[in-house]
Write a protein that binds this ligand. Structure first.
Ligand code: ADP
Length: 407
């Protein structure tokens, strides 16, 4: 696909619980970004914003809540895609799919059978998987000739051993799929690929990657492969997040059910939407807001966020048998020098000293000269990773001729 002779494009859809993000790239591993945008606030007051490669806004639209659900949002995105591409062909559409179960350790071309399997995983990720599958189904109906590829958040972690994946539960439950899967895999995959290109020696060493966004997790990576991660059966486990608890003594759930008589739905709401930075601060789930707040509760929430990261870094270092590099990524990891500095202070025992000036400027290398543990800031790009995989799968699929399809 070198040089993109067909002029074809790859479209990427990333459907979350209240948003559908999308991007259009020229085909090719590092094909130019053409447009990116999102429909957000689905279920509240849906609105769309699209920017071009230079970040200039090309479209803004609003709908009332009744007008737009996930499926209709996908239709609107396809319609807009057609306009923006002005007849330029689309080779395929890549989707972020949160769960690939134990079957998928790599992205997959979607057909009826694959879609059916992915549907069976809905009980494992009821808040995410149905939203991920809705656009795939909508496109399969509206444009059945369009090749579609699923890129899984779990796939990167399939390299983990059973030891790292198993809970101490009766075997029957483990066999039924109640085990650790790990998430944020596309982000970790992108970081590892980027390091392999730019710093190959570092990429082959023992790394802890800290994906710190609204969702947050750590991944222990050895020789480019995931060996452990803080997220487990669901994306609730591990670190404290914007609105999610992270790891919680399971006894708390028993207490909430038996003493507080909370229903499963209310507990779900508490664990996913009312806890984390929001719950502890009582102010906001957004790190920027908390950093600017003079309230002691904001500082307490941040302190707990950092403490949990430092504790879990210890756990990841143990899983790796030592650590050479710590990589920060995602909204907070990329943009908040204070969080990086506070986490680094808790990692002094691992031999980490930051260069505070480099950290403040958000340079790629932020450790001080002579620091035994190195530290880095690497912006993640999950959509780019999906576009890459989609292009590669379509190019290598048996019988594929990469015939452009009409969106
Ligand atoms: P998502 O998981 O929804 O993709 P992001 O990776 O965009 O989330 O991360 C969102 C988080 O990043 C929010 O807590 C936000 O406050 C934080 N963030 C973004 N920019 C900054 C900044 N300049 N300083 C501090 N925090 C920031």
């Amino acid at each position: 696909m070198e040089g993109n002779p067909t002029g074809g494009c790859i479209a990427v859809l990333n459907a979350g619980s209240s948003s559908v993000k999308f991007a259009l790239y020229e085909a090719g591993d590092n094909g130019a970004l053409l447009f990116r945008g999102q429909v957000e606030q689905l279920g509240l007051a849906p609105r769309m914003k699209v920017v071009d490669a230079r970040g200039e806004t090309v479209t803004r639209r609003k709908w009332t809540n009744e007008q737009l659900d996930h499926r209709r949002a996908t239709e609107e995105i396809l319609k807009l895609g057609r306009e923006l591409l002005a007849g330029r062909p689309v080779l395929g559409i890549g989707h972020r799919v949160v769960h690939g179960g134990m079957r998928f350790d790599a992205p997959a071309r979607i057909d009826g059978e694959v879609l059916k399997y992915l549907g069976t995983l809905v009980p494992l990720a009821p808040l995410h998987q149905p939203h991920n599958l809705a656009p795939i189904e909508a496109i399969a109906e509206a444009a059945p000739q369009m090749p579609q590829v699923a890129c899984f958040d779990t796939a990167f972690h399939r390299s983990q051993t059973a030891l790292a994946g198993n809970f101490a539960l009766p075997r029957e439950l483990t066999d039924a799929g109640v085990r650790r899967y790990g998430f944020h895999g596309l982000s970790y995959d992108y970081i590892v690929a980027h390091l392999a290109e730019t710093m190959p020696v570092l990429a082959r060493s023992r790394l802890i990657i800290a994906h710190l966004g609204n969702g947050a997790s750590l991944c222990a990576v050895d020789e480019g492969k995931s060996v452990a991660s803080t997220m487990g059966f669901t994306a609730l486990d591990g670190l404290m997040m914007g609105t999610r608890t992270g790891a919680l003594d399971p006894g708390v759930l028993l207490y909430l059910m038996m003493e507080r008589r909370m229903s499963a739905k209310n507990i779900e709401d508490l664990l996913y939407r009312k806890s984390g930075l929001l719950g502890v601060s009582g102010i906001s789930s957004d790190m920027r807001t908390l950093r600017q707040s003079p309230e002691p509760e904001a500082a307490e929430a941040i302190a707990l966020f950092v403490y949990r990261i430092v504790r879990e870094i210890g756990s990841m270092a143990a899983a790796l048998g030592g650590v050479d590099g710590l990589v920060f990524t995602a909204g907070i990891g990329e943009n908040d020098p204070a969080t990086r500095s506070e986490v680094a202070a808790g990692c002094r025992w691992l031999g980490l000293t930051l260069d505070e000036e480099r950290n403040r400027r958000g340079e790629t290398r932020i450790h001080a000269e002579g620091s035994r543990l190195t530290a880095w800031v690497v912006p993640t790009d999950e959509e780019r990773m999906i576009a890459r995989y989609t292009g590669r799968i379509l190019a290598t699929a048996p019988g594929s001729t990469l015939r452009p399809a009409v969106l």
